[in-house]
Design a protein around this ligand. Structure first.
Ligand code: NDP
Ligand code: GDR
Length: 368
């Protein structure tokens, strides 16, 4: 898919100050798991969606290809893509001034906790300072144009709670355990500060882990379900993992993007924890995923020290009562349903890979 880099011509920005026909959303991180679900959600609600994508030597739009319409078909294209990067402040401000968004969702991040120990400096630049650059773009855009109704969403994380024991709510102290988590704490406080200092409508969503068949393949849930699919179909035999006793509050990403949107529909900006309020260990995830297709995980899983982290977050379990009360939000997909949904999709994916392997187009050993 090619990406568009020209100035958009539709929406409230271009109709000479008339009442906008539809809201305009700007999503940083549109190519990620959450970006793809949020885009679908907002298009369904009638929004025009603009996404910032970063330059990559390979196309990085696989998760949104199914909703992409060539911008030359401008009557139908309601999702538009623009090159930008959270490490490049000039690109952010430029797109604000031409897109004129009503809502801004900052989902962009180097989002892998273990990788953040390998590239801490870059992680801080994107996750912490990147959020600050985006907030500053909103603030300076409002100062110049007077468009003070803009609303900003910051993708905060349960990782910020780190070693503080569960249940974790909006009032639980942060104790981050990785460069990623510390950077998310900085982004959280930048967001609070811009709200207090400049009166920005800025919200922090403190979201607990959320997964889906679109989850990146090196996060533990998807790594497991990809392996289950490939083992079931005969393309793989072993799965190398790290710490199996860590517990997470795992929900479905499709449910969580609704909470992001709901935060921006309130009268006042605020911060909300979003969670299922159930916690399961990695081992429990293995039990359900392998058991669902009649396999025993103990026959396949090998512990590899490489996947242990310098500091671990042992136990996360959210208290999302505020979001449930104020936003009227609650998760629709439970733990077992989520695992089975991911396994079902990954068994189908493995079947397609098997066709390629049998035809000689793919190496059977080539693991994700
Ligand atoms: P993903 O890793 O799937 O997506 C991250 C997105 O950020 C991708 O679109 C990626 O682009 C983009 N990105 C990375 N670096 C930059 C950069 N320098 N400039 C611009 N864009 C960049 O994450 P998720 O969708 O899972 O998560 C969305 C957000 O929510 C993230 O901020 C994450 O930290 C946070 N979060 C996620 C949770 C979860 O369980 N999923 C829980 C709590 C918070 P590309 O496709 O090119 O890599
Ligand atoms: P997390 O997710 O660190 O919670 O961050 P991840 O799936 O990476 O790890 C969850 C737990 O599983 C353990 N684990 C392994 N993890 C990975 N990735 N690979 C392995 O082989 C493995 N073996 C065991 C980990 O040690 C950990 O305890 C996710 C990201 O989406 C963040 O961006 C987000 O902010 C948080 O969730 C909430």
């Amino acid at each position: 898919m090619a990406s568009e880099n020209e100035t958009p011509k539709s929406g409230s920005s271009s109709n000479g100050g008339e009442t906008p026909k539809h809201k305009i959303a700007l999503i940083a991180g549109i190519t990620g798991q959450d970006g793809s679900y949020l885009t679908e959600f907002l298009l369904e609600k009638g929004y025009e969606v603009h996404g910032l994508i970063r330059r990559s030597s390979n196309f990085n739009t696989q998760r949104i290809n199914h909703i992409y319409i060539d911008p030359h078909n401008s009557q139908k294209a309601r999702m538009k893509l623009h090159y930008a990067d959270l490490t490049d402040a000039s690109s952010l401000r430029r797109w604000f001034d031409s897109i004129l968004p009503d809502e801004v969702y900052n989902l962009a991040a180097q989002s892998h906790v273990a990788v953040s120990f390998e590239i801490p400096d870059y992680t801080a630049d994107v996750v912490a300072t990147g959020a600050l650059r985006l907030l500053e773009a909103v603030r300076s855009h409002i100062a110049t144009t007077g468009r003070s109704h803009i609303k900003y969403y910051q993708a905060g994380s349960s990782e910020m709670f780190g070693s503080t024991p569960p249940p974790q709510s909006e009032t639980t102290p942060f104790h981050p355990r990785s460069p990623y988590a510390a950077s998310k704490c900085a982004a959280h406080w930048y967001t609070v500060n811009y709200r207090e200092a400049y009166g920005l409508f800025a919200c922090n969503g403190i979201l607990f882990n959320h997964e889906s068949p679109r989850r990146g393949e090196n996060f533990v849930t998807r790594k497991i379900t990809r392996a289950v699919g490939r083992i079931k179909i005969g393309l793989q035999s072993k799965l190398f993992l790290g710490n199996l006793v860590a517990s997470r509050d795992w929900g479905f990403a499709g449910d969580y993007v609704e909470a992001m949107w709901l935060m921006l529909q309130q009268e006042k900006p605020d911060d909300y924890v979003v969670a299922t309020e159930e916690s399961h260990s990695v081992e429990e995830f293995l039990e359900v995923a392998f058991g669902y297709v009649g396999l025993n995980w103990r026959d396949h899983v090998v512990i590899d020290k490489r996947y242990f982290r310098p500091a671990e977050v042992d136990n996360l379990k959210g208290d999302s009562s505020k979001a449930r009360k104020v936003l009227g939000w609650k998760p629709k997909v439970g733990f077992e349903q989520l695992v089975k949904m991911m396994v079902d999709e990954d068994v189908e994916l493995a079947k397609r890979e098997k066709v390629l392997v049998d035809a000689g187009y793919m190496d059977a050993q080539q693991q994700p």
